[in-house]
Design a protein around this ligand. Structure first.
Ligand SMILES: [Mg+2]
Length: 254
C-alpha cells in the first residue's frame, strides 16, 4: 500500500473544462485543505498569468495563494531571468505577458522566442514574425507541446501545434518548459518538499501528466474528465497507478 503525502494537480480538464467547473472539484480541494494535505497546481496553461489563474480558481470557490500555482508561462519567465539574457519576443496573450515584468519584451534582436498559445488571436503575421526572430538567431522556448485540449468549442489546437510549425520552419529544436519536462516536475517537488514516491500527480493528459510524472518517479492518477479518452488506457508505454472518474473521488487516494 502506497502512502500519498502530497499532491500535484493539473487544472484544465481536472478542476475545470475551460470556463466550466468540473462538478465536485471545489469540494475536493476543500477536503484536502481541511486535512492539511499539501498540494500544488501544475498547469501547461499558456494563455493566463498566475494572478488570473488564482482569480479564476477563487471564482470557482477554490482559494489558494498565487505561490501554489505553477504554470508553464510563469516558469519560462523564471528560466529567462536565471539565464541572464533578458531580451525576449513573446508569442503570448497580453494576460500571460504579465508574468514577464522586468524583462525586455520589445527587443529587435531577442535571445529568446517564447511560444505559447494565442487562441483566436494567433495570426499568420505573428507566427511569421516569431519565425523571423528565430531565423535571425533567437532560441525558442516552448511553454509546452500539448497537441490539443478540451475548450468550450470541443477538442482544440494547443500550443504544441504552433511550436511544431515554428520548429519545422526554422529547423531549430525548442527548449521545453512545461509538463512533461523533468525540470518542471523537479521544481514543483522541491517547492512541495516531498520526494516523488510520496507524491501523486492527478491529470487528464496521458502524455504530459501521466507519462511525464511517471518518468520523474511520481505516482500517477488519471481522471476520466477533460481530454481523457478510453483509448488512453490501451497504451502499452504508460499505465496510471490509479484511475478516478473525476477529482471528486480524491478521498480514494488516502
Ligand atoms: Mg489537463
Amino acid at each position: 500500500m502506497r502512502e500519498i503525502k502530497a499532491l500535484l494537480i493539473d487544472l484544465d480538464g481536472v478542476i475545470y473544462n475551460d470556463s466550466e467547473r468540473i462538478p465536485g472539484s471545489d469540494k475536493a480541494i476543500r477536503w484536502l485543505q481541511k486535512r492539511k494535505i499539501p498540494f500544488r497546481f501544475i498547469t501547461n496553461t499558456t494563455m493566463k498569468s498566475r494572478a488570473t489563474l488564482q482569480k479564476k480558481l477563487a471564482d470557482f470557490g477554490i482559494k489558494v495563494p498565487e505561490s501554489s500555482i505553477f504554470s508553464a508561462a510563469h516558469a519560462a519567465a523564471e528560466y529567462i531571468r536565471r539565464s541572464g539574457k533578458h531580451n525576449c519576443h513573446l508569442l503570448l496573450t497580453d494576460d500571460a505577458k504579465q508574468d514577464y515584468s522586468g524583462l525586455n519584451t520589445n527587443s529587435d534582436k531577442p535571445n529568446w522566442v517564447v511560444a505559447g498559445d494565442l487562441g483566436d488571436n494567433m495570426t499568420f503575421n505573428k507566427l511569421n514574425t516569431a519565425f523571423q526572430k528565430l531565423f535571425a538567431g533567437a532560441e525558442m522556448i516552448a511553454l509546452q507541446k500539448n497537441r490539443y485540449w478540451m475548450s468550450d468549442r470541443g477538442i482544440t489546437l494547443d500550443a504544441g501545434a504552433f511550436v511544431a510549425l515554428l520548429e519545422f520552419a526554422s529547423g531549430k529544436n525548442s527548449i521545453l518548459i512545461g509538463k512533461p519536462s523533468k525540470t518542471f516536475y523537479e521544481t514543483v517537488l522541491n517547492d512541495l518538499g516531498f520526494p516523488p514516491e510520496d507524491v501523486a500527480m492527478i491529470g487528464d493528459d496521458i502524455e504530459s501528466d501521466i507519462k511525464g510524472a511517471e518518468a520523474s518517479g511520481i505516482n500517477t492518477v488519471l481522471v476520466k474528465t477533460g481530454k481523457f479518452r478510453p483509448q488512453d488506457l490501451q497504451r502499452k508505454d504508460v499505465s496510471p497507478w490509479k484511475l478516478l472518474d473525476s477529482i471528486s473521488e480524491i478521498h480514494k487516494l488516502f
